[in-house]
Design a protein. Structure first.
Ligand code: ADP
Ligand code: MG
Length: 699
C-alpha cells in the first residue's frame, strides 16, 4: 500500500481531530484513501442556469435563479407543509418543504435572490421542487466547475456543518495534497488498453470533479468495471479453490428406491423441467465433487418432489438426507407430503422440531445414529449439536433466505466430508444478481408448472368498491372455497392512513357473520400462529386475515382468493409471493389487489405488471429495475460482503456479464496466477481478500 493512502485523515488540511472523529464514526473514513473513495451520489450541472419558462416534466436536477415571493403553510400536524412561491420573471413554481419548516423560514427571506437546485416535478399542471437546496447568490464559488458533486452526509454531520459542500472542499484539499503522489494502477496494462479504460488516477479525479458529462461517464465506467471485475474474479477463483478442496461423496448409482418410486408410486408424470433438474443433480452428485446447487422454481412448480427424488438417490447409495424448513408448520407439511408419497415403501422418515421432545426425541436421535432413519425433516432444531447422523449425504434447505450462512455451515460438520447441498427458493432471482450473490452455487431452474394448472387471475380494485369485492368473496366461500385477506401492518401508523389488521379483522367479522375468521400476525407466539394456521388448513375457519407472515410456503389448496389490502405498500416480489398462496388446487383462483385511488407512477407500474403476468422471473427482473438490489430478499443474508461502492447491479447488469466473461478468460489463461502481466491483478485480489476475511463458506 502506498504511503499516502494510509495517512490519517486528521492530517488533511481542514480536517483536524474533531472532524476526523466525526468522519470515522459516521462514514468510516479513516485514511486519505478512504476519503478518496467516498464517491458523490449525484452531480448537478451548475454550468448552466435554467429558466422556469423552459421547465418540462422530464428534467434532471437543475439550477434556477430568482426570488421567493412569499411563504405559506398548509395543513395540520404531520401533514403540515411549507410552500414558497418562487419566481424568476419567466414564471412561478412552488418550493415545498415537509420538514424543517422553522429552519427554512428562519433562514430564507422573501424577496431576496437565491440559487435553487432541485428536480422539478409536474403535478396537476403545477411545477414544484420538493426540499430544494438553496444558496444566496453571493456564495457562488463554482464558476469554473462543470458538474458539481453531491456527497451523502448524516444528520449528525450536518449539525456540525459537515455538509456536502464541506466534503467537496475537503476533496479539493485532498487532490492538492496528492498532486505529486503516485496513484498505483489497479488493473493490468493489458486490461486497461484492451477495454479502453480511463487510467485510475484520471478516473478518481473525474469521479469527484468531472469537467464534462463525457469525462464523468468514462470515469464511472472505469471504476464500475474494476469493482465488478474483482467481485467476479473473487467468486470464480473461490469456487475453483473450493471444488479442489472439498471432495464429495459419490452417489454412483440410481437404484431400487428411486426406480420403485418412479415406476410404481409417482402419481403423475414429471414435467420436463423437473426431469432436467433431477438429471443435473444426478450428474453433480455422481461426479466426486460436492454438490452446491440452488434450485429456483416458482411456487407450485414442484420443487418438493424434486427434493424427494434426490433424497431417494441418497438412500440408494446408503446415505441419509435431511430436509430443513424455516418454520414448524412447513416442516410438518413436508412430512405429510413425503410420507404420503412414500407410503408403501420401506423408507423411514422422521420429523424433528423444537416440539418433538422426551422419549420420541431420544428414539429419533438414536435411530439417526444407527442409520435406521433415512430421511430427517425438521426446522433449525436439526442443527443442534445433539443431532448426529451415521452417514449424512444430502441436505436440502427449503426457502433458503430464512437460513443464515453460519447455520448452513453447521450442517457441513455433521459428516466427514461436507454433504451435498440443495438450496430451494421460490423467490426467483434475476440472473445477474444470482451471479453475484450465489456466484459459487450452480443454479437449476424449474421454469414450467405442472400441466392443468389454471393461471391465477389477478385484478386491481379501488378500495371504494368494497361491496362488489365482498360479494365476490362471498360467492367463492359459498362454493366451499376459502379466502385470505392480507394487510401490510399490524398497528396503525399515525402518518399513513392504513387500514390495520385489527380494524380489518373486526370489519370482516361483521361483513361475514356466517363464516369463521382466523387472524394471524407476526407478533403472535409461534405456537398460537401455527394453531390458527392449522384451523384454516382444516377449513374450520374460512377466512384468514393476516399480515405477511403467511408469505412463505404454507399450502392450503382449498383457498382460492387472495385479497391484498393496501397493495401499494407491498413490493413486487412480496405481492408475487402472496399471490402464490392460492392457485394450488384444481379450481380457478383469484388475486385481488386493493388500492386507494391516488397512485404513484411506480405503484401503477407494479400493479400493472402483477395483473399482466404470473411469471416469477419476469417479475423479479422488473422488481430489480424498480427497486434496486439492496432491498431484494437474500441480499442481506447472502453472506457475501455486498458493499459495492459505485456499480449498481440493477442498472449495470450488462457490464456485470461482460466483466464476468473477462474474469473467466483471465482465469483460464492464467490458472495458477503466475503470469507477470497479471501481477497487478493477483496482488489486488489478495489485498481484497485480506480485507474481507470472512468471505467464507456460502452454503
Ligand atoms: P413448490 O414447493 O415448488 O411450491 P410443490 O412441490 O409443493 O411446489 O408442488 C405443488 C403441487 O404440485 C403439489 O401438490 C405436488 O404434488 C404437485 N406436483 C408436483 N409435480 C407435479 C407434476 N409433475 N405433475 C402434477 N402435479 C405435480
Ligand atoms: Mg415448497
Amino acid at each position: 500500500m502506498l504511503d499516502w493512502a494510509v495517512r490519517d485523515i486528521k492530517y488533511l488540511p481542514g480536517v483536524g481531530p474533531q472532524r476526523a472523529a466525526l468522519l470515522e464514526k459516521e462514514l468510516q473514513i479513516v485514511s486519505f484513501k478512504d476519503l478518496l473513495y467516498y464517491f458523490p451520489y449525484k452531480y448537478v450541472d451548475r454550468s448552466r442556469l435554467y429558466t422556469i419558462g423552459e421547465i418540462d416534466g422530464n428534467m434532471p436536477y437543475i439550477q434556477l435563479r430568482g426570488k421567493v415571493l412569499s411563504f405559506e403553510t398548509f395543513g395540520e400536524g404531520a401533514k403540515r407543509r411549507l410552500v414558497g412561491h418562487f419566481s424568476d420573471g419567466t414564471g412561478v413554481i412552488d418550493l415545498v418543504w415537509f420538514q424543517g419548516l422553522k429552519f427554512v423560514t428562519g433562514r430564507y427571506k422573501a424577496n431576496e435572490e437565491y440559487l435553487v437546485f432541485g428536480k422539478p416535478v409536474v403535478f396537476n399542471n403545477r411545477i414544484s421542487v420538493v426540499h430544494p437546496e438553496m444558496e444566496t447568490v453571493g456564495e457562488l464559488t463554482f464558476s469554473s466547475l462543470g458538474l458539481r458533486p453531491y456527497y451523502n452526509t448524516t444528520e449528525r454531520m450536518k449539525r456540525s456543518m459537515m455538509t456536502s459542500n464541506a466534503i467537496e472542499k475537503l476533496m479539493n484539499h485532498l487532490f492538492q495534497a496528492l498532486q505529486h503522489e503516485v496513484f498505483e494502477e489497479t488493473l493490468s496494462p493489458r486490461l486497461v488498453a484492451e477495454h479502453h479504460l480511463m487510467p485510475l488516477a484520471d478516473a478518481l479525479y473525474n469521479i469527484h470533479f468531472p469537467k464534462t458529462p463525457d469525462l464523468l461517464r468514462k470515469a464511472q465506467y472505469r471504476l464500475k468495471f474494476e469493482e465488478l471485475f474483482y467481485v467476479q474474479l473473487n467468486i470464480l477463483r473461490y469456487t475453483k479453490e473450493r471444488r479442489f478442496k472439498y471432495r464429495g461423496y459419490v452417489f454412483g448409482k440410481v437404484g431400487e428406491a428411486f426406480h420403485t418410486f418412479y415406476t410404481h408410486y409417482l402419481p403423475f408424470e414429471l414435467t420436463n423441467a423437473q426431469k432436467r433438474v433431477i438429471r443435473e443433480m444426478r450428474r453433480d452428485m455422481g461426479s466426486g465433487r460436492q454438490m452446491n446447487r440452488l434450485l429456483q422454481g416458482d411456487v407450485g412448480s414442484g420443487k418438493t418432489l424434486v427434493a424427494l427424488m434426490t433424497m431417494l438417490i441418497a438412500v440408494d447409495n446408503g446415505f441419509q438426507s435431511c430436509l430443513m424448513a424455516p418454520t414448524e408448520i412447513l416442516a410438518v407439511q413436508h412430512l405429510e407430503t413425503i410420507t404420503r408419497f412414500l407410503s408403501g415403501m420401506k423408507i423411514r422418515v422422521e420429523l424433528l422440531t423444537g416440539s418433538v421432545k422426551g422419549k420420541k426425541r431420544e428414539t429419533i436421535l438414536r435411530d439417526l445414529l444407527t442409520g435406521d432413519v433415512h430421511i430427517l425433516i425438521g426446522t433449525h432444531a436439526v442443527l443442534e449439536d445433539t443431532v448426529n447422523f451415521s452417514s449424512l449425504g444430502l441436505v436440502v434447505i427449503d426457502e433458503q433466505h430464512r437460513f443464515g450462512v453460519a447455520q448452513r455451515a453447521k450442517l457441513w460438520a455433521k459428516n466427514v466430508c461436507p454433504p451435498h447441498v440443495l438450496v430451494m427458493t421460490a423467490t426467483p432471482i434475476p440472473r445477474t444478481l444470482a451471479m453475484t450473490l450465489y456466484g459459487d452455487l450452480d443454479v437449476s431452474v424449474i421454469d414450467e408448472l405442472p400441466p392443468g394448472r389454471k393461471p391465477i387471475q389477478t385484478l386491481h380494485q379501488f378500495d371504494n368498491r368494497r361491496p362488489s369485492l365482498y360479494a365476490f368473496i362471498r360467492q367463492q366461500l359459498q362454493s366451499g372455497r376459502q379466502a385470505y385477506i392480507v394487510y401490510p401492518l399490524i398497528q396503525e401508523s399515525e402518518k399513513m392512513d392504513i387500514k390495520n389488521l385489527e380494524e380489518g379483522y373486526l370489519h370482516i367479522c361483521e361483513a361475514f357473520p356466517e363464516y369463521q375468521v382466523s387472524k394471524v400476525h407476526g407478533k403472535m407466539k409461534p405456537a398460537e400462529k401455527d394453531g390458527e394456521m392449522q384451523r384454516f388448513l382444516q377449513c374450520e375457519t374460512q377466512i384468514m386475515v393476516a399480515t405477511t407472515v403467511i408469505e412463505v410456503g404454507v399450502n392450503v389448496p382449498n383457498a382460492s382468493v387472495m385479497v391484498i389490502e393496501n397493495a401499494e405498500r407491498f413490493g413486487l416480489s412480496q405481492l408475487h409471493q402472496l399471490r402464490g398462496r392460492v392457485g394450488r388446487g384444481a379450481d380457478q383462483s383469484y388475486c385481488i389487489l386493493v388500492t386507494g385511488y391516488k397512485l404513484s407512477e411506480d405503484t401503477r407500474r407494479r400493479i400493472e405488471i402483477m395483473v399482466r403476468t404470473n411469471d416469477g422471473f419476469e417479475i423479479a427482473e422488473a422488481d430489480l429495475k424498480l427497486r434496486g438490489p439492496g432491498d431484494l430478499e437474500g441480499t442481506q443474508q447472502s453472506g457475501i460482503a455486498f458493499d459495492l461502492k459505485i456499480a449498481d447491479i440493477a442498472r449495470d447488469g450488462q457490464l456485470l456479464q461482460h466483466v464476468r466473461g473477462i474474469a473467466e478468460r483471465l482465469l483460464e489463461e492464467d490458472p495458477n496466477a503466475e503470469r507477470p502481466e497479471n501481477a497487478v491483478v493477483w496482488r489486488r485480489l489478495l489485498e481484497m481478500r485480506r480485507q474481507q476475511a470472512n468471505w467464507s463458506v456460502i452454503s
